[in-house]
Design a protein around this ligand. Structure first.
Ligand code: PLP
Length: 425
């Protein structure tokens, strides 16, 4: 396809790519089409997508229902500002999210990215206490291996040793980093941490059950419940960052459900629009929202991204929720989990593999020793799959509509690449 070569050679010198050493990295691949679980390249090759475009494309690419809904919305109302004006796609979406989320998580603030959704959650938590006359409660507790975004306030909540943001140490607000209370000793230590600092703590933020970009670490429902109980005991808000786990990825629609935990604030994004348009939501419980109701104008939430609640994105999200109702997504996630356990778990026996972790439609292999990320990524493309290891983790998080054959190709590619690596160790 000669046109693709033209736009690539002419445009690439002007692109700055994410998390990429532009001097040495393998050049990016030119994509011309996506369909289902497939990515089609300009040179005619087709890759099976093992990671659903950074975990967003839960229904696969170009689902006809989302396309038709967004097309209709494009003709009706592509965008309008969201202050003083509202529109049906946002109102319906807020109402539907409130109905799906546990408890009284029923007040939705829309933004356009996960990082900003977390920023808004932090603002809500800090201003909640200020509005209640406890302005000194403004620090945040976060967890080792956590990841909450790339903006400055969210970088301060990420594990500094996972490497994405070490460079910026010293330029960010100092928060408290805790160990997840995965056993009784750590439970007591966590309780003591909250007890010691409660007077200055606004909130604890956690990725429930699965910590994603910080290393695909998993913990059980009891650990999550223990965090929630400690927060309640010490008067600290709980923020659940379900940007990665939300919308079925962990096996339930929301990971918090598994522990019967109702966080005070929840952040959603990635799969919210089924991977079609950027949108995020920060949803607060009633008591959080009520703390902002006052005669005092400075008690209002002072935030408002220009493109918040974009109607196209809200329409896509509504269509995505339709699909969760109409198609057997959670059953597909359960089937993916079963297949990952059968086909990926045996990687644990290979040399150079530290652990295999599986939860819902997430399969992660943690490696030991040096990892040639660029080489592995190239090898996966040669094998016809799109799998992009990071840090020490090779993982699969496919679209939920992936077929059993496609998933078998993905797991076989992971096994093969790890076997090739094991032979060289
Ligand atoms: C991806 C992610 C974010 C950041 O979302 P962006 O849209 O990339 O800003 C925050 N938290 C978690 C858990 C994520 O997985």
């Amino acid at each position: 396809m000669p046109e693709a070569r033209d736009w690539l050679t002419e445009g690439l010198p002007h692109l700055w790519l994410p998390y990429t050493q532009m001097a040495t990295a393998t050049p990016p691949l030119a994509v011309v089409d996506t369909q289902g679980a497939r990515i089609r390249l300009a040179d005619g090759r087709e890759l099976i997508d093992g990671i659903a475009s950074w975990w967003t494309a839960c229904h696969g690419y170009k689902h006809p229902h989302i396309r038709a809904t967004v097309e209709r919305q494009l003709n009706a109302l592509p965008h309008v500002m969201f202050a003083g004006l509202v529109h049906e796609p946002a109102a319906r979406l807020a109402q539907r999210l409130a109905a799906l989320l546990p408890g009284d998580l029923d007040r939705v603030f829309f933004t356009e990215s996960g990082s900003v959704a977390v920023e808004v959650a932090l603002k809500m938590a800090i201003q909640y206490w200020r509005n209640k006359g406890q302005a000194e409660k403004k620090r945040i507790v976060c967890f080792r291996h956590g990841y909450h975004g790339d903006t400055f306030a969210t970088m301060a909540l990420c594990d500094p040793e996972e490497g994405m943001h070490t460079l910026f140490a010293g330029t960010m607000p100092e928060q408290l980093m805790a160990e997840l209370p995965i056993d009784e000793d750590l439970g007591r230590a966590f309780d003591l941490l909250l007890a010691t600092h409660a007077e200055r703590l606004a909130a604890v933020i956690i990725e429930p059950l699965v910590q994603g970009a910080g290393g695909m670490q998993m913990h059980d429902a009891q650990t999550l419940a223990c965090v929630a109980e400690a927060c309640a005991r010490h008067g600290v808000l709980l923020i659940a960052d379900e940007i990665m786990t939300g919308f079925g990825r962990s096996g339930r629609l929301f990971a918090c459900e598994e522990a019967n935990v109702i966080p005070d604030i929840i952040c959603l994004s990635k799969a919210l629009t089924g991977g079609t348009l950027p949108l995020a939501a920060t949803v607060a419980r009633k008591h959080v929202f009520d703390a902002f109701l006052s005669d005092d104008p400075t008690a209002a939430l002072m935030h408002g991204p220009t493109y918040m609640a974009n109607p196209l994105a809200c329409a896509a999200a509504n269509a995505s929720l339709d699909l969760f109702e109409q198609e057997p997504r959670l059953a597909q996630v359960a089937a993916i989990e079963t297949q990952l356990r059968a086909e990926l778990a045996p990687c644990a026996d290979l040399a150079g593999v530290a652990a295999v972790r599986i939860k819902g439609a997430i399969g992660a292999v943690e490696l030991a020793g040096a990892v040639d990320l660029d080489g592995m990524r190239r090898r996966f493309v040669e094998l016809g799959v799109w799998v992009r290891p990071f840090g020490k983790v090779v993982y699969l998080m496919p679209p939920f509509i992936v077929s059993a054959d496609e998933l078998a190709t993905l797991t076989a590619a992971v096994r093969r690449v790890l076997e090739e690596r094991a032979r060289k160790l």
